[in-house]
Structure formats: structure tokens, C-alpha cells
Design a protein around this ligand. Structure first.
Ligand SMILES: *[C@@H]1O[C@H](CO)[C@@H](O)[C@H](O)[C@H]1NC(C)=O
Ligand SMILES: *[C@@H]1O[C@H](CO)[C@@H](O)[C@H](O)[C@H]1NC(C)=O
Ligand SMILES: *[C@@H]1O[C@H](CO)[C@@H](O)[C@H](O)[C@H]1NC(C)=O
Ligand SMILES: *[C@@H]1O[C@H](CO)[C@@H](O)[C@H](O)[C@H]1NC(C)=O
Ligand SMILES: *[C@@H]1O[C@H](CO)[C@@H](O)[C@H](O)[C@H]1NC(C)=O
Ligand SMILES: *[C@@H]1O[C@H](CO)[C@@H](O)[C@H](O)[C@H]1NC(C)=O
Ligand SMILES: *[C@@H]1O[C@H](CO)[C@@H](O)[C@H](O)[C@H]1NC(C)=O
Ligand SMILES: *[C@@H]1O[C@H](CO)[C@@H](O)[C@H](O)[C@H]1NC(C)=O
Ligand SMILES: *[C@@H]1O[C@H](CO)[C@@H](O)[C@H](O)[C@H]1NC(C)=O
Length: 834
């Protein structure tokens, strides 16, 4: 199945010579056994030499020496055919013992091609193969040329591979490879969307490569792969007819911290299967592939992505599915790109035990996408050993016997991006499922002071520190950074570098040795309270990556420390721009954009995953601004996943910040997303009025901003209390929309409050009203059309408005009134010129 040929294109051919050049210099495995079984001479296959059987006889113990050979020359069209001309026949249990010089994962590749030799008809052979304690094959028989690839983490200094004939049958083998796999190719980054999912520790697992596919590209042979793998084309698996192949090899960049060429060669990342739903009138569809798999096993599915189609960052947003389950929503390749378009990266996902013998993989454009395009560059599907330590379907266990199997069946779980890699996951949550390391999601302490920071924002993970250590994915909680590196980055916690202080501890500005500016939050000496928040923050930020959520670069828990290292947010907190500082006053448009950005971040938390996450401490001090004043929500120490379907959160202590607290939560102590909506409503008034939410120095009726502003809003005189610098600078319609939105957020009962998606939509609308008028020429406004799709008029019922199409930045607000907002590019705008 790993074979198959396709005529390569010239471009690929040229580039692969380059590949080959780097590969010959590159891959030099410590353990490298290549044996052509039954052969009396060395056999060259591509660039590698399989040694003659007799040179390996010291590795083999077998009851009877049967060296078989055939004169058939044209067995298969593959180069491997040279290996297929000889074989070893095992009439009794036989074993190879390889001494292992470097412990770690090793590939075992077994080549089979049955032929008749004397009285031995290999196509009648039936046998088992095991390695260490794992069953690789059982009752295996083979009719055609076949290569089986396994990988095993060998921790002892020898690897024993045993061939055992079933009953009176025999076993045979044409060639065998035992080759060291570079560390870091398979790491323990599997994650889970559902806390109930049971993701095993990946490091010790035995894996079988079931499929390794180059989407939209040619076969990549052993010689063209940096690690001697074979990739086959995707055509035979494709269920979607109209997805095109696409090739752009020069676009591929291997960026430090993302995937390396070892993850997959350029021929894989530089070619893709592309669905351009601009062609498709429905405007929204998936590309789907279907693979045969053995039911009853879990699979590690590795998605290889590289944005070779966009001409700028942040154009492509994908939804990724396995079967009907979403693996990643709004996956933004730019997030993994380190500001370099065309950065190769991959994402690991573990499926639960499948019940079906088909596994379907789909990618589709997300509603956030600028153009409705979906791509996939490569895919690997690896079978994981079952609880019996077997990879053979003959040893299937009863999958309904697992403890959490009810929830698991069919549920896709997890994913991680780029293994050695850097990045926390987009799209996946794993940590929650790792019960053994999981802390109860209970927090006790008050709120944290936010990270208020200034400085650069580039992410650089996996960077080398001066002491030679590397951030590595050694823990399930993202990226552990050595204490020495944190110390160095923060100038040994220089007091003059402190940029914030709070209950949790101090926040320092810092610079990693590669120049990346960071914010270093150092917890006070470990207390149970702080520890819980520390863990939550790491869990949350490892699971969620989004443009509007602040990114965690790493953490340090050495020496009882609790240190979190974040991307640096140049412009500090939203609060600092509103009042209490000498910073210049922001325009209404800037403020609206910040509100929209934070609403996006929160909307994503609430809806981005199987389970809603409630931030619980939404306030202006937890909204940070980057150098472009783009808002990111920070401080997840109190966050909590939303109510289970069958159970409602009744928390013992109300947490959050005074002035922003949802009164309903206070009364009933029941936590829902609507508590965040309430707090966000308070932030909206804060943004409009530029005053603290609680100001005890003011007259009694003014102390609480929420009450004060609601009073004026209900009277329809909100304009009386707005920030004095905004007076006369807000379009009345924009202000009215904004006021109404904030008012709805502050409804007494959660059920009466809008969802974050509605809030987002309304704020976008408020911004468009503002922009449409300020940008002047009404004639022009009335004809702005964005996108190729025919605009749909969404009549919002405002009678004195005329219809104008405007760029509506599509976002994931498709939960509005049953209309898919992603395709609504039109808005009603009051146009004064008419
Ligand atoms: C693989 O490498 C060989 C040279 O060893 C070259 O002839 C061939 O075109 C390459 N194939 C691909 C798909 O890159
Ligand atoms: C076969 O390969 C082995 C290992 O590379 C080498 O030591 C040996 O000399 C070769 N034998 C022949 C006949 O080329
Ligand atoms: C092999 O397994 C051991 C023990 O589980 C683990 O510590 C080690 O990191 C693993 N190595 C690799 C390369 O996965
Ligand atoms: C073996 O492979 C040949 C050529 O690829 C094919 O025609 C034949 O059907 C295969 N046989 C079996 C049993 O799969
Ligand atoms: C797509 O594949 C076909 C053959 O299957 C090939 O002729 C064509 O050049 C490919 N197109 C691209 C853009 O790679
Ligand atoms: C998608 O299709 C549209 C409309 O035909 C075209 O303008 C655009 O360039 C295509 N994009 C890609 C990446 O093929
Ligand atoms: C894409 O596939 C997923 C999973 O099967 C499905 O839920 C979703 O509705 C599909 N999207 C479209 C537009 O067909
Ligand atoms: C894989 O096999 C090992 C050794 O038998 C076993 O400990 C482990 O639980 C198995 N993994 C799974 C996921 O069942
Ligand atoms: C598997 O589960 C089914 C139903 O739960 C049960 O009837 C059957 O006996 C089980 N088989 C084994 C081998 O445990």
C-alpha cells in the first residue's frame, strides 16, 4: 500500500534534488539495520544498501536455515522489487536480535513478497510477528508485495523481533529495516476535546503507519524523503471530485519552532489538495478523504499543513474534521507561521476507538476566512496499540468495555501542533483529559493583576537558550522553560523591570536570548491557591489559541516556582488607556475595534470547543492591547469549563472582580457564559464613559458604573455621561446601537442576555454605522461590495435607513437568527446623502 508511482513534475524533480542533497547530509540514524533476507549479496535500493543475509546471520536465531530466491524479475514496478527476489523462510519460531545503541523510537519495516520456493509456498504462510512485548502482526498472511511499517520506543539495549508460524504453517520475510527515528518526531502532545476522552501516553506506544499520504502531490519515494519514508498520492482516497491539486514548492518555509523537514519533505508541504468554494454556489463545503482502517483501535492522525495558496497571512481559516467530529475550528495557519507565510506545521489528533472500518478526514473553509478555501498538504494515520499491547485486528478488544466509552465512541479528541514545536494547540484540549495530572478546576483566590506590558509580540518558541537547553514539549502542559532561562530573560527578576503587581505576584518585562520580548508573571511562593490558578492558566492557554487571546509562550515550575511567560503586549491594558494614566485618549473607532476584538476572543472561548469555557474575570484590566491596539483577552486563572449537560455548576465561592460581577451569579452561584456577557457589558460602559467601574469618591448614585450608566441608558440620554473627549464625535446611531448592546448584556437574568456572538455582531454593526458616515462620500458607500458572493440584504427593520452593502467582516457569528452571517456581506446603513 505504500507503493505506487506517478510521473513527477519537472519542478518537483528539480527541487527534490535539493531535498536529496540535504537528506544525504541530514539523516544519519544511529541504529540503521538494513537486511536483504535470503540474499547472498548486498542490494542497493536507491541510496541505501541492504546487506546480504549472511552478514546478518549473527542477529538471527532460527531452527532451520531456508534461504529462498526466485527468478521472477518483474514482481512489482517498485524499486523494492530487488528486495523481493529473495526471502527467508522460517519453519519454526525465529528471532532477530538487534543491539540498540540509542534508545528511543525505532522504525521497523518488514518487506513481504510471497513466492514459491521448492516446497515452500509463501502465499500460504500464516504467522505472527512480535517485537518486545508488542504484537505487530498475528495470523498474518500476504498475497502481494507489501511493506509494513511500525515504530516502537525501544528503551532497552536490544530489540528482539520474533516470527512465529501459526500452527503448522511457516513464516517468511524478504527484507527488514530497523532504523532510529529522530527524537521529537512523535511526542506526547495528544490532546482531547472532551475531558472524558481517554488519551494514552503516546511515548511508549507501538504504532503502525497505516497510511501516509501526500495530498495533491506525487508519490514521494524513500529516496526523496528526509527520513526514508514513502508517501502515496491521495487520489484514491478522495471523495470530493472538484478539489484541485495545487503545487507551490518554493512557498514552503521550514521555520524554527514549527515543523522541520523531518516532519515531511517539501514535496509534501509544497503540494496540496485545495477546495476553492468560490467555484461552488453554495459557497461552503468540505474536501473529504476516506481511509480503510481496522475498527477497535485508536489512531494517531497527523495533519500536515502549509499555506501555499494565500498571498498574505490571516487569509486562510480552516475547520478540520474526522468523521463528523470537529478537530479544529477556525484553524489559522498564520498562528503557527511566526510571521512567515508558507510555514510548514502539523497537528496531531488522537481518535477514540473507531467502530467503523472507515475513517473520514475533512477540511472546510471556516467562516472567518477571507476566501472560502480549504487545504490539506499531507496526512499520516498511525494505529496505536490496544490495551493488549497489540496492533493486530485479530486481537481486537471489546471496545465497549472501556470506562468512559459511552462518551468516547466516535468522539474525536485532541490534537497538538507541531510536536517539537512550539506551539500550544490550536484547537485542542488535551490537558483536561489527563486525569492523572489534572487538578480539580477549583480556584480559591481573588483576581490577578493583569499582565500589563509593553514591547514586542513575536512568538518564538523552541528557541535555544544560551545555556543550551531548549524549550521542549516535555510536559503535557505546553512548554516548560528552564528557570535559568527565565532568570536571564528577566535580568534576574530585576525590580526595575516590573510592569505589574497583583495578588498572584509580580509581572516582569523580559527578553529571551533570541530577542523575543516577553512578559514574565512570577507567582508568590507556592500556595495551594496560586497553584490552582497557575495550572488553570496553563491548561486554558495551552488549549486555546486565537488572535484575540493572549498567548502563553511557556512556563516554569522548577524549584517550587510558578512562572508564566507570555507574549508581550506593547500597549498594556485597555483600562490604562481609558483612565488613570496620561495615555492619549482613544477614538471611538479604536474603542469599538477593541471591544470587537475582545468580544471575538470571548465568543471563541464560549463556542470554540465542545465545551464552553467561562472566563469568569472579564474586565478592562484583563484586556491587553498589542502594538496595533489589537485586543487580546488575558488572565485565565479563574476560567472554568461550562456546565455539563447533566449538571449545573454550583460553586462554593463567587469569584470575579467587584463591579463586574453578574448579580445572578452572585445570587444563585450558578455559572454560565452569560456571566461573562454581563461583565463584558460593564466593560462596554467603561469604554464609553472612561471611568472606573466602582468609584467610591463619587456621589452615592454614581459609585457603581453599571447602575449609573443603565439609568441614563434607560432614559435614552446615555450621551450625557460619555467620556468628554468623545462628545460630539460619535454618530448617534452608533452610540445608540452600542448603548442598547451594553444594556442587553446587563439584563438581570442570564437568559435575557445576548450570546457573545450576538454582542459581537451588534458591535460590528455599531462600527459600520460609524465608519460608513465618517468615511464620507455617501455615493461611494452605497456601492461598496466585497467578495464575489452576491450580497444578501439583511433587513434589520430600521425604517429610515437605506440599503448599503459594506464589508462585513465575517466572523463566527453564525448563531444569529438562523442566518449564516458568514455569507452576509450587507448591512443597512443610514446614508445622509439621500
Ligand atoms: C525523487 O528523487 C529522484 C532522484 O533520486 C528524482 O529522479 C525524482 O524525480 C524524485 N521524485 C520526486 C517525486 O520528487
Ligand atoms: C556489504 O555491505 C557491508 C556493510 O556495508 C560491507 O561491510 C560489505 O563489504 C559489503 N559486501 C559486499 C560484497 O559488497
Ligand atoms: C520512550 O519512552 C520513555 C518512557 O516512556 C520516554 O521517557 C521517552 O521519552 C520515550 N522516547 C521517545 C523518543 O518517545
Ligand atoms: C496483486 O497486485 C497486482 C498488481 O498490483 C494486482 O493486479 C493483483 O490484483 C493483486 N493481488 C491481490 C490478491 O491483491
Ligand atoms: C495535478 O495533477 C495532474 C496529474 O494528476 C498534473 O498533470 C497536474 O500538473 C497537477 N497540477 C498541479 C497544479 O500540480
Ligand atoms: C479561488 O477561486 C476564485 C474565483 O474563481 C479565484 O479568484 C481565486 O484565485 C481562487 N483561489 C485559489 C487559491 O485558487
Ligand atoms: C463538513 O464536514 C463536517 C463533518 O462531516 C460536517 O459537520 C459539516 O457540516 C461539513 N460542512 C459542510 C459545509 O458541508
Ligand atoms: C500499549 O501496550 C502497552 C504494553 O502492553 C500497554 O501498557 C498500553 O496500555 C497499551 N496502550 C493502550 C493505548 O492500550
Ligand atoms: C463484548 O461486549 C459484548 C456486549 O457488551 C458482550 O456481549 C461480549 O461478550 C463481549 N465480548 C468479549 C470478548 O468480552
Amino acid at each position: 500500500m505504500m507503493m505506487g508511482h506517478r510521473k513527477p513534475e519537472l519542478l518537483i524533480w528539480v527541487l527534490s534534488i535539493l531535498c536529496l542533497a540535504c537528506f544525504s547530509a541530514g539523516f544519519n540514524p544511529v541504529d540503521n539495520y538494513l537486511i536483504d533476507c535470503g540474499s547472498s549479496t548486498n542490494t542497493s535500493v536507491g541510496n541505501r544498501v541492504f546487506i546480504a543475509d549472511n552478514l546478518a546471520s549473527n542477529l538471527l536465531s532460527t531452527p532451520q536455515d531456508v534461504l529462498a530466491s526466485t527468478t521472477l524479475k518483474s514482481i512489482t514496478s517498485s524499486k523494492d522489487s530487488l528486495l523481493y527476489q529473495t526471502a527467508r523462510v522460517f519453519t519454526g519460531s525465529s528471532k532477530y536480535t538487534f543491539s540498540i545503541r540509542q534508545s528511543g523510537r525505532h522504525w521497523i519495516r518488514l518487506y513481504f513478497y510471497p513466492f514459491v520456493y521448492n516446497s515452500y509456498d509463501m502465499s500460504a504462510a500464516k504467522f505472527g510477528v512480535s517485537a518486545q512485548n508488542y504484537v505487530l502482526l498475528s495470523d498474518f498472511s500476504v498475497k502481494n508485495a507489501s511493506v509494513k511499517e511500525f515504530s516502537l520506543n525501544v528503551t532497552s539495549n536490544s530489540l528482539v523481533i520474533t516470527f512465529t508460524p501459526s500452527g503448522n504453517s511457516m513464516a517468511f520475510l524478504n527484507a527488514i529495516e530497523v532504523v532510529s527515528v529522530p527524537d521529537g518526531l512523535i511526542t506526547d502532545d495528544a490532546n482531547s476535546v472532551t475531558p472524558s476522552a481517554n488519551i494514552p501516553d503516546l511515548l511508549p506506544l507501538a504504532l503502525e503507519t497505516v497510511w501516509r499520504v501526500n495530498m495533491g502531490g506525487p508519490t514521494v519515494t524513500v529516496d526523496n524523503d528526509t527520513l526514508w519514508r514513502t508517501w502515496i498520492p491521495d487520489k484514491n482516497f478522495l471523495l470530493t471530485e472538484f478539489a484541485a491539486n495545487y503545487s507551490n514548492l518554493p512557498a514552503v518555509k521550514y521555520v524554527k519552532g514549527a515543523a522541520t523537514e523531518d516532519a515531511a519533505p517539501k514535496t509534501v508541504y509544497g503540494t496540496a489538495r485545495v477546495l476553492n468554494s468560490s467555484f461552488d454556489p453554495s459557497g461552503n463545503s468540505n474536501v473529504t478523504w476516506e481511509f480503510n482502517v481496522d475498527p477497535g483501535f485508536q489512531y494517531l492522525v497527523r495533519f500536515h499543513f502549509c499555506d501555499i495558496v494565500s498571498n498574505a497571512l490571516n487569509q486562510l481559516y480552516l475547520n478540520v474534521y474526522i468523521d463528523s467530529w470537529i478537530v479544529a475550528r477556525d484553524l489559522d495557519p498564520s498562528t503557527y507561521s511566526f510571521n512567515t507565510l508558507g510555514t510548514a506545521f502539523y497537528m496531531d489528533v488522537v481518535t477514540v476507538s473507531t467502530v467503523s472500518n472507515k475513517l473520514r478526514v475533512s477540511v472546510g473553509p471556516s467562516t472567518l476566512a477571507v476566501y472560502p478555501i480549504a487545504i490539506l498538504n499531507g496526512l499520516e494515520i498511525m494505529k496505536m496499540n490496544n490495551s493488549l499491547g497489540s496492533l493486530s485486528s485479530a486481537d481486537t478488544v471489546n471496545i465497549s468495555s472501556g470506562s468512559s466509552s459511552k462518551k468516547n465512541v466516535g468522539v474525536i479528541v485532541g490534537g497538538s501542533i507541531g510536536a517539537f514545536v512550539a506551539v500550544m494547540l490550536a484547537g485542542t484540549l488535551c490537558l483536561l483529559c489527563r486525569k492523572r495530572r489534572r487538578l480539580a478546576l477549583q480556584r480559591h483566590s481573588k483576581t490577578w493583576i493583569p499582565l500589563s506590558t509593553n514591547g514586542g509580540n513575536s512568538l518564538s518558541m523552541g528557541s535555544k537558550y544560551s545555556n543550551g537547553t531548549t524549550i521542549s514539549a516535555i510536559s503535557n502542559f505546553g512548554y516548560r522553560i528552564p528557570f535559568a532561562a527565565v532568570q536571564e530573560a528577566s535580568n534576574n527578576f530585576d525590580e526595575s523591570w516590573v510592569i505589574g503587581i497583583g495578588g498572584f505576584g509580580k509581572v516582569y518585562k523580559g527578553v529571551l536570548s533570541d530577542g523575543t520580548k516577553v512578559a514574565v508573571k512570577r507567582g508568590n511562593p507556592r500556595s495551594q491557591q496560586g497553584l490552582a490558578e497557575f495550572q488553570t492558566e496553563i491548561e486554558m492557554l495551552s488549549q486555546f489559541r486565537h488572535r484575540h487571546l493572549v498567548s502563553l509562550i511557556g512556563y516554569c515550575d522548577e524549584k517550587n516556582e510558578m512562572i508564566l511567560v507570555y507574549e508581550y503586549m506593547e500597549n498594556g491594558t485597555l483600562k490604562s488607556h481609558l483612565y488613570g494614566s496620561s495615555l492619549p485618549s482613544m477614538s471611538w473607532k479604536q474603542r469599538l475595534e477593541i471591544c470587537i476584538g475582545s468580544a471575538r476572543g470571548l465568543h471563541y472561548l464560549h463556542t470554540g470547543y465542545a465545551k464552553a469555557v467561562i472566563h469568569r474575570d472579564v474586565k478592562s484590566a484583563n484586556i491587553l492591547l498589542d502594538e496595533n491596539l489589537m485586543a487580546k483577552v488575558a488572565d485565565f486563572g479563574l476560567s472554568k469549563t461550562g456546565p455539563e449537560i447533566d449538571q449545573t455548576h454550583v460553586s462554593t465561592a463567587v469569584k470575579g472582580s467587584f463591579g463586574y460581577l453578574d448579580p445572578e451569579y452572585f445570587r444563585r452561584q450558578q455559572l454560565t457564559e452569560k456571566s461573562d456577557v454581563y461583565s463584558f457589558g460593564v466593560v462596554l460602559f467603561e469604554v464609553l464613559c472612561a471611568r472606573p467601574v466602582i468609584d467610591p469618591t463619587l456621589p452615592r448614585e454614581m459609585v457603581n458604573l453599571a447602575e449609573w450608566a443603565m439609568k441614563w441608558q434607560k432614559r435614552g440620554q446615555l450621551d450625557q455621561i460619555i467620556d468628554s473627549t468623545l462628545v460630539g464625535k460619535i454618530r448617534p446611531d452608533s452610540l445608540r446601537k452600542f448603548g442598547e448592546t451594553a444594556e442587553k448584556c446587563l439584563a438581570d437574568y442570564g437568559v435575557d442576555r445576548p450570546s457573545m456572538g450576538d454582542v459581537l455582531w451588534n458591535l460590528e454593526y455599531a462600527l459600520q454605522i460609524e465608519e460608513a458616515v465618517i468615511d464620507g462620500d455617501p455615493e461611494e458607500n452605497s456601492t461598496i461590495m466585497i467578495g464575489e458572493l452576491s450580497p444578501q440584504v439583511n433587513n434589520l427593520g430600521d425604517s429610515n435607513t437605506s440599503v448599503t452593502t459594506l464589508p462585513f467582516e465575517a466572523s463566527s457569528v453564525n448563531d444569529l437568527s438562523g442566518v449564516s452571517m458568514s455569507r452576509v456581506f450587507s448591512q443597512l446603513v443610514k446614508s445622509e446623502g439621500r
